[in-house]
Design a protein around this ligand. Structure first.
Ligand code: AMP
Length: 426
């Protein structure tokens, strides 16, 4: 079978890498893909726009694609699954309506209230004056979120009223996130440890993957601005078996059942961003696709062929599937461009990927990377995901950072504490 992966970041490289390991798969196409995918023996990058569903459909027919796997949220929110599956293609991902769990924070919050899924208390505003009055009355700490998709950057955890006011100004008045910030959701600030649980879903049941933890802020010790994610590790030891059982029962199952009851059965990956509070797990956000960079830390641990699992999600036959993970922990460190998540330069030559990958159990997933002649150059904010597995968590950290030190590009920025949070539990 041929598989088409939609997207071109580190998550899509990890997906294509894992899919290519399946004996069921002949070729892995990626639109647009990246040089990391192109270098896979089965990998082929194609220049087809993910939002031109007619052209994509024709391409799928010509290349005899048997399964499409959608990486990013934007094409899901635009209805890629509806468009392609209506013409008979098997597509892994939720419908546009179901994707509202991520594309509209107010939809997600209202849904969680309707189905008694634990989450932060909140209020929704379309008027900046009312939003300002609310944060002044509620006081800090308080969280201001752009309602729509903002590439992980539309959230401000404000520790002062002034910070919350400024976040409202930026989103609603200065329109920094375009229409995504016209409406804001203002939330109670939850305290605790964060973790991500991603689950395969077939519309009826779900099967959680190994736990993981992302690092959203740009600097060590969770300082600086929110980013798309600066690194991740799996498993997250804060998620004990007992906690996983609670998350399944109190969050994932009610979510799947709620979506079914509302006539929008959920298929694909459901990603629950959680805060493990003293009162138990609470949802910070739902995403409707594989996490980036969590996927880069989870898939190297997955011992099972992923392709039958992806197909079972599409055909409603997940029941009875068994998915195994190796016990070795995995750590992925994001190497980013200088200035990210703000303005950054592109086109800086990258050296040392081969020598990093010569280390045992190290894989470098490419994200913001472009091939320019014989040279790889930076082409995005998050450039590389340097990933290592090892028998213990601290060895995986050490190995990931040893690999990072083999790689050079001007202005490379990375956190030096990815994985540190897990150590206190071990
Ligand atoms: P989100 O894009 O909704 O995942 O938010 C980005 C980050 O902001 C999360 O990973 C948390 O670190 C933080 N955050 C979001 N909502 C809350 C909340 N209600 N309480 C505390 N932190 C939050």
């Amino acid at each position: 079978m041929n598989v088409l992966v939609i997207g071109g970041g580190g998550r899509e490289h990890a997906l294509a890498w894992k899919i290519a390991q399946s004996p069921l798969v002949e070729k892995v196409y990626a639109a647009p893909g990246n040089p990391g995918i192109d270098r896979l023996e089965k990998g082929i990058c194609v220049n087809v726009a993910a939002d031109d569903f007619d052209v994509l459909g024709t391409y799928i027919d010509v290349r005899r694609i048997g399964l499409v796997v959608v990486g990013p949220e934007a094409p899901l929110a635009k209805g890629i699954v509806d468009a392609l599956s209506s013409r008979g293609t098997r597509v892994f991902g939720p419908s546009a309506q179901a994707a509202q769990l991520e594309s509209s924070k107010s939809f997600a919050k209202d849904f969680m209230v309707r189905h008694h899924i634990p989450s932060a208390s909140y209020a929704t505003f379309d008027n900046p004056e009312e939003a300002l009055a609310y944060v002044r009355a509620a006081g800090p700490p308080i969280v201001v979120k752009a309602n729509g998709l903002a590439a992980g950057k539309g959230v401000t955890v404000a520790s002062t009223v002034a910070e919350a006011e400024s976040a409202i100004q930026v989103a609603m008045v200065e329109n920094a996130y375009g229409s995504a910030g016209k409406r804001v959701v203002i939330e109670e600030c939850l305290a605790g440890e964060e973790a991500s649980i991603l689950a395969f879903c077939d519309g009826k049941i779900c099967m959680p993957m190994a736990s993981s933890q992302d690092h959203k802020r740009e600097f060590d010790g969770d300082g600086g601005r929110n980013t798309g994610g600066m690194g991740a590790y799996s498993p997250a030891p804060v998620i004990t078996d007992a906690m996983m059982a609670r998350i399944h029962q109190e969050i994932l199952e009610p979510c799947l059942q709620g979506m079914r009851e509302e006539g929008i059965p959920y298929t694909g990956v459901l990603y629950a961003g959680l805060m493990i509070t003293d009162d138990g797990p609470k949802v910070i956000e739902f995403n409707v696709r594989f996490g980036d960079p969590e996927t880069q830390a989870i898939l190297p641990r997955m011992a099972t062929d992923i392709v039958p699992v992806l197909e079972a999600c599409c055909t409603g036959t997940l029941e009875g599937c068994k998915i195994d993970y190796t016990p070795w922990p995995c750590v992925t460190v994001v190497m980013a461009s200088e200035g990210y998540p703000g303005h950054y330069q592109k086109g800086r030559p990258i050296k040392g990927i081969e020598s990093a990958e010569a280390l045992d159990n190290v894989t470098v997933f490419m994200a913001g990377v472009k091939q320019q002649g014989d040279t790889l150059v930076t082409s995005g904010g998050r450039v590389l995901n340097v990933t290592a597995c090892a028998p213990t968590h601290s060895e995986a950290m050490k190995k990931a950072y040893a690999a990072v030190r083999h790689i050079r590009f001007d202005g490379a920025h990375y956190r030096t504490d990815i994985g540190q949070k897990a150590l206190k539990y071990l």
